[in-house]
Design a protein around this ligand. Structure first.
Ligand SMILES: Cc1cc2nc3c(=O)[nH]c(=O)nc-3n(C[C@H](O)[C@H](O)[C@H](O)COP(=O)(O)OP(=O)(O)OC[C@H]3O[C@@H](n4cnc5c(N)ncnc54)[C@H](O)[C@@H]3O)c2cc1C
Ligand SMILES: *[C@@H]1O[C@H](CO)[C@@H](O)[C@H](O)[C@H]1NC(C)=O
Ligand SMILES: *[C@@H]1O[C@H](CO)[C@@H](O)[C@H](O)[C@H]1NC(C)=O
Ligand SMILES: *[C@@H]1O[C@H](CO)[C@@H](O)[C@H](O)[C@H]1NC(C)=O
Length: 496
């Protein structure tokens, strides 16, 4: 009862003292921020722009077209998130959840002023008693889930990168090492708690009309404060990798081999490649870094690697370990370069492919090499080619989720990395990224550009992000109208 009355008092105070209508063009007057602090639970925090915490918690992975915030609110309970959303609604202030802060899509830059909801305190993992599901807080990192499950002899699909949150990738579909077995990260959803645009905290599952949308377009519909997902027994403890580095001249031979020799691709085999400058391997032009990863093995089966060895790599490195080593091997561990927030602009330009078009790979390589070599401002850029196994993804009915691109096999994206300095440079980066993307897309022979929303640059259309089928577009728009008519959750790849 005391709890009730204290809260009642506070909310009454908040209504009276805060002249909430006075919030002008997104800025958060100090007295509002104080009121906000008072309506949240004791362990919640509110930070102003002049504090170290504000700077740390609002730093983003890519500084291009960043959202600007005036205040950082750090909820410590799920209900705090609801309170913040209600407060912002009343004061007509923009809101945006920050989780791992790796989203680089330029639509986020439309947020100029408002409240960042930093999800970091909502980090928790609990494995259900029946060992069939895990419940995680809305701000939990992929690594926390992987490690907790591993210790219990369990696993599930998460993004590959240790510094990325569970929900960030998941709400846009979510690719991961284990998707060949179980499908996308979103395919694991069992139920979730989500704060909707009206400020209510609701538990939803497959019985909600919103369920479909949360699996691929979820960032548009609310803030997920906790998530229950399927988990599985670990069946294969061993993993092995071979990392091959090829001279750029070998690009055609490498992708010919990647296309050729495996059909269908085994569910326990993953290949990923990056084009990037490694001056120690080639001082003049980007190399092809090719990873072949095998589950359930301590060395990658030579039948898979021999065609690549025959091409004549500059170097071959073999390692073995377990699932937890994959992030380090592929340079997406917590201490790896891509996980650091160093003030760089990091736009990506994704396109899904069915298979590699060899002449297009060659054209793309030549264009990439010409633009990132020497003293180019883009010399640390990477062209990524991610070929995860797709059996688990394709086994699931395509209509079951807003994620629209289950029939694609390879996720490609140039990542144009640079130190931001001028609009001209931003413009050049966008032109380069789009030029490279267009080459591989044209090579696919497909009219439709399928762009993974979680890698998107921001200049794509809702068709590119959420599929060309009219029913998908109609369904997303209808749900948006029903659940978020004012577009409060429309900074990340808005459905319209
Ligand atoms: C190094 C690196 C590795 C990556 N690896 C993978 C990978 O293996 N697989 C993959 O699929 N993708 C991967 N990605 C892409 C990744 O899915 C996106 O960058 C994603 O947006 C990152 O999520 P985040 O929490 O770090 O970012 P954030 O910017 O914090 O969040 C992304 C968006 O989701 C919203 N959001 C975050 N949390 C919630 C929540 N709880 N409820 C509602 N909305 C929320 C945010 O408001 C924001 O709009 C990778 C990206 C990087 C930079
Ligand atoms: C709107 O915001 C801008 C940038 O934060 C600021 O310079 C300007 O004074 C604000 N306008 C009003 C009317 O407060
Ligand atoms: C930071 O800003 C707050 C609110 O505007 C103010 O009360 C505080 O004195 C400032 N602190 C510093 C160190 O400038
Ligand atoms: C690499 O992945 C692609 C796409 O899934 C596949 O076609 C190819 O056979 C794979 N090759 C190897 C060597 O794993």
């Amino acid at each position: 009862m005391r709890w009730l009355s204290v809260n009642f008092l506070l909310s009454a105070l908040y209504m009276m003292s805060a002249n909430l209508d006075s919030a002008v063009n997104g800025s958060v007057p100090e007295e509002h921020a104080k009121v906000l602090r008072d309506i949240l639970s004791p362990a919640a925090k509110v930070y102003y722009p002049n504090s170290t915490e504000f700077n740390t918690l609002s730093a983003r992975w890519s500084t291009l077209a960043e959202p600007n915030v005036n205040v950082v609110a750090v909820p410590s309970t799920e209900d705090d998130v609801a309170k913040i959303v209600q407060f912002a609604k009343k004061a007509n202030l923009p809101i945006l959840a920050f989780n791992g802060a790796h989203a680089a899509i330029t639509t986020l830059g439309r947020m100029q002023g408002g409240i960042e909801i930093y999800m970091g305190q909502l980090s928790s993992v609990a494995i259900a008693q029946d060992d069939k599901t895990i419940t995680v807080g809305g701000g939990t990192s992929s690594k926390a889930v992987t490690d907790a499950l591993w210790n219990a002899g369990k696993q599930t699909v998460t993004g590959t990168c240790e510094c990325v949150s569970v929900l960030g990738p998941a709400l846009g579909g979510g690719h991961g090492w284990l998707q060949g077995h179980y499908g996308l990260v979103a395919d694991q959803f069992v139920s979730m708690n989500v704060v909707l645009a009206d400020g209510t905290l609701q538990t939803i599952d497959e019985n909600s009309d919103l369920w479909w949308a949360m699996k691929g377009a979820g960032q548009n519909f609310g803030i997920v404060t906790s998530l229950t997902s399927k988990i599985y027994d670990i069946e294969q403890y061993d993993w092995a990798i071979e990392t091959l580095i090829f001279d750029g001249d070998k690009v055609e031979a490498v992708y010919q081999a990647a296309n050729d020799h495996l059909s269908p691709v085994p569910v326990n085999l993953i290949n990923w490649s990056y084009w990037l400058n490694i001056p120690g391997a080639d001082p003049d032009k980007p190399v092809v870094l090719f990873y072949i990863i095998q589950e359930g093995a301590t060395t990658v089966n030579p039948a898979y690697t021999k065609p690549f060895h025959d091409i004549g790599p500059i170097s071959i490195e073999a390692e073995s370990g377990d699932y937890r080593d994959l992030a380090r091997w592929t340079q997406v561990a917590l201490d790896s370069t891509p996980c650091q927030k160093t003030g760089l602009a990091n736009p990506r330009f994704p396109a899904y492919l069915k298979e590699y078009n060899i002449p297009a790979q060659k054209l793309a390589y030549d264009a990439f090499a010409a633009e990132v070599s020497g003293d180019s401002p883009f010399s640390t850029s990477i062209f990524m080619f991610e070929a995860y196994p797709v059996q688990g993804v394709q086994a699931i009915d395509s209509d079951s989720a807003a994620f629209a691109f289950r029939s694609d096999n390879i996720l490609t994206a140039p990542l144009i990395t640079y130190t931001p300095s001028s609009n001209e440079l931003d413009q050049q980066a966008a032109e380069l990224g789009n030029k490279l993307r267009n080459i591989v897309h044209k090579g696919s022979g497909s009219e439709e550009l399928h762009a993974y929303v979680n890698y998107a640059f921001g200049d794509e259309s809702p068709q590119n992000w959420y599929g060309y089928e009219q029913w998908r577009q109609d369904r997303l728009k209808a749900l948006k109208k029903k659940y978020d008519p004012e577009g409060r959750f429309s900074f990340f790849a808005p459905v319209e």
